[in-house]
Design a binder for this molecule. Structure first.
Ligand code: ZN
Length: 508
């Protein structure tokens, strides 16, 4: 490139580095708030956060960044789509357009509405009284609509919102995917329900010493490849992963002293997120490219390690002896096969965050449909509980006894957040689609896992996915890596095979 271009690129990178530093400093404060901050720190912390976010926003949406992008766009036009320079300009432009399209008063209204609605959502949930929350949800639906209008869309308002989280995905594409999922899973769920006693997981609901749970789980995730020279683990009420750059990616966990799965699979899940961050190329550090491609692609990495690896039979062939010797009393008389079956027990349940692999996507399908209907004015907020319960019964076959365990269960709708939920399902689908390709490229993957060798799998993920950060959209990534568009087929085949075997369904 011409000298002038690299001068402009250098200038753009300088500004983006400052924006990144401010955002990462805010993320450190948030991590502290969730882990160690005393309760008295809440008000001061809110001020500090808001100052850092405002400074980052102002620096980013400046006219200077707009001018640099205008100038650089012409100059990188001849470079390959996947080159670092072209990708940086393209992705920064996308972020920039999104941020400048939303007027400041709407940004403030959205922030205020979330803070205002949250305590009413909490009270409505505690009191099991939807009407206490309804007026605030109405307000949030209206703000989601205003946000969609500000961002702009061609066909459906939801297109604008989904694009915020999963770039270039459309409501239509999601509807097609969810329709396919519904057709495949609803009958599978009822087949499994008829064979519910095929799996006994009672021994997982025993006393497991919390310190030992963490110690054992951390041994496992370091063996998977989570690098603790560049990471750490702490306890928090809501588990998460957060990253402040290539050298510092942290996870948190929560522990149930009476249930094995929560801490162990939580650690594997968050480590999946962390290994993604740890694998992003340092060349793109301190730019908007240095992050996961989207929440859905991020979730594909946590789910891949948690479910496709961590709940597989070869995985427990390797780890069962060590988990049994760590918890000899609790696992007395249990064998490797029984353990593998127990951690995969599937049953329809009311709460999304406790849902198993098979039923999970139905919880998301329901929310995706209801969000769309509320956004398009087809469903009134006051009728939401009834619509929720009817659909729950038809998809999962169970009656919702109260709104606390129904339409009021998630925190998401207390803020302006339509469009976030589909990412959870996309994560499951992308994980399975990637795994099909992994298996084609590494034919002895199961033997490696059974031998406790995870380096080849991690190296594959690094090379094909992690290193690129945000360079590509979810659809582009799937096309590049698997040669196919993002689809539900791989995941459907996977659950049918796995749960058909676990529950003996092919015998019917
Ligand atoms: Zn996750």
């Amino acid at each position: 490139m011409a000298g002038n271009t690299s001068g402009k690129l250098r200038k753009l990178r300088e500004i983006l580095a400052e924006v990144t530093d401010l955002s990462r400093a805010a993320a450190v404060l948030e991590w502290d708030q969730e882990t160690y901050m005393p309760p008295g720190g809440v008000e001061g912390r809110a001020e500090q956060q808001s100052t850092l976010h405002r400074l980052a926003h102002v620096r980013f949406v400046s006219d200077e960044v707009g001018r640099l992008l205008d100038d650089l766009e012409g100059e990188v036009a001849s470079l390959p789509h996947d080159s670092y320079e072209a990708s940086l300009v393209r992705v920064t432009r996308r972020d920039y357009q999104q941020q400048i399209k939303v007027p400041t008063d709407l940004v403030e209204d959205i922030a205020r509405a979330g803070a205002t609605a949250r305590p009413f959502w909490e009270k409505a949930r505690t009191d099991n009284e939807f009407s206490l929350f309804a007026p605030y949800l109405e307000k949030n639906v209206e703000l989601n609509r205003r946000l969609a209008d500000a961002l702009g869309y061609e066909k459906r308002p939801y297109d604008a919102l989904i694009d915020l989280y999963e770039p270039a995905l459309t409501t239509r594409q999601l509807e097609a995917i969810f329709a396919e999922l519904r057709t495949a899973i609803v009958p599978l769920v009822s087949d499994i329900a008829r064979h519910a006693d095929a799996i006994d997981d009672r021994f997982l609901h025993a006393d497991f010493a919390p310190e030992l749970q963490v110690k054992y789980g951390m041994q496992v995730v370091t063996q998977l490849g989570y690098d603790l020279e560049r990471g750490r683990q702490d306890i928090s009420a809501h588990p998460f992963e957060t990253s402040f750059g290539p050298g510092d990616t942290r996870i948190t966990t929560r522990i149930s002293p009476g249930f094995f799965n929560m801490c162990f699979f939580g650690l594997v899940h968050e480590s999946g997120h962390a290994m993604y961050q740890q694998g992003i190329s340092e060349e793109i550090d301190r730019t908007p490219l240095w992050d996961g491609a989207s929440p859905g692609v991020h979730e594909s990495q946590s789910r891949l390690w948690e479910n496709l690896v961590g709940r597989s039979q070869p995985f427990w062939r390797h780890f069962f002896p060590s988990v049994q010797s760590t918890f000899p009393a609790q696992l007395r008389g249990v064998d490797e096969e029984g353990f593998y079956r127990a951690v995969n027990k599937s049953h329809p349940s009311l709460i999304r965050v406790e849902a198993d692999e098979v039923t999970y996507n139905l919880h998301i399908l329901l929310r995706f449909e209801l969000e769309n209907e509320m956004l398009e004015g087809k469903l009134k907020v006051k009728d939401l509980p009834e619509a929720w319960n009817a659909r729950f019964k038809s998809y999962l076959g169970i009656d919702v006894p109260n709104d606390r365990d129904g339409a009021l269960q998630d925190i998401h709708w207390s803020g302006v957040s339509f469009g976030i939920f589909p990412g959870y399902t996309l994560g499951n689908l992308i994980g399975a689609q990637l795994m099909e390709k992994v298996r084609a490229d590494i034919p002895d993957l199961d033997a490696q896992i059974e031998a406790g060798e995870f380096a080849p799998l991690l190296a594959w993920l690094r090379k094909n996915l992690h290193q690129h950060g945000r360079k590509f959209t979810p659809n582009e990534l799937m096309e590049r890596i698997t040669g196919k568009p993002l689809a539900a087929a791989a995941w459907i085949a996977y659950v049918r095979r796995k749960f058909g075997a676990l529950y003996g369904l092919e015998k019917d």
